[in-house]
Ligand binder design. Structure first.
Ligand SMILES: [Zn+2]
Length: 149
């Protein structure tokens, strides 16, 4: 079975934040600007399939991605989840928890927005937000790498 994430990565979608991990806009067009996915470059079906190198940087990258989403959106914090159910390739959704989200879209229900195509921000806005987040994550990750050497 062909993997949609592997295909999109092979086609150049997303921005590398280190040698193992990529940030992308889920499905190419997310319900909210700053809603990103952090995914391993190589095909990993399950969290327990991650290599030692991928596992070693995951915690830092989840934290710095969350910090960056808050920095470049109006979010007060983020939601984070990995199911790898419809796309069997590990990917963490990092979702800006915006003060403007309606009560019916808080918590788990924010993911209902993925099926609503009518509320998508313009692609250019999403791509600019992703670029800002990825540049910030890359810089924070390099600082972290230098401090643990
Ligand atoms: Zn894959």
């Amino acid at each position: 079975m062909e993997c949609a994430l592997c295909s999109s990565i092979a086609a150049g979608s997303g921005i590398s934040v280190n040698s193992d991990w990529i940030l992308q806009i889920p499905g190419g067009r997310a319900p909210l600007a700053g809603w990103v996915i952090l995914t391993p470059r190589r095909h990993r079906r399950r969290l327990d399939d991650l290599s030692e190198s991928e596992a070693k940087t995951l915690g830092t990258l989840l934290t710095t991605t969350s910090q960056s989403v808050v920095k470049f959106t109006e979010a007060t914090r983020t939601y984070t989840a990995n199911w790898a159910e419809n796309t069997p390739h590990v990917h963490f959704h990092i979702v800006p928890r915006l003060p403007s989200l309606p009560p019916k879209r808080l918590g788990w229900d924010v993911f209902q927005m993925m099926s609503d195509q009518s509320t998508r921000p313009p692609t250019a806005v999403q791509e600019q937000t992703l670029s800002s987040i990825a540049a910030h994550v890359t810089a924070l990750h390099k600082q972290y790498e230098e401090t643990v050497r």
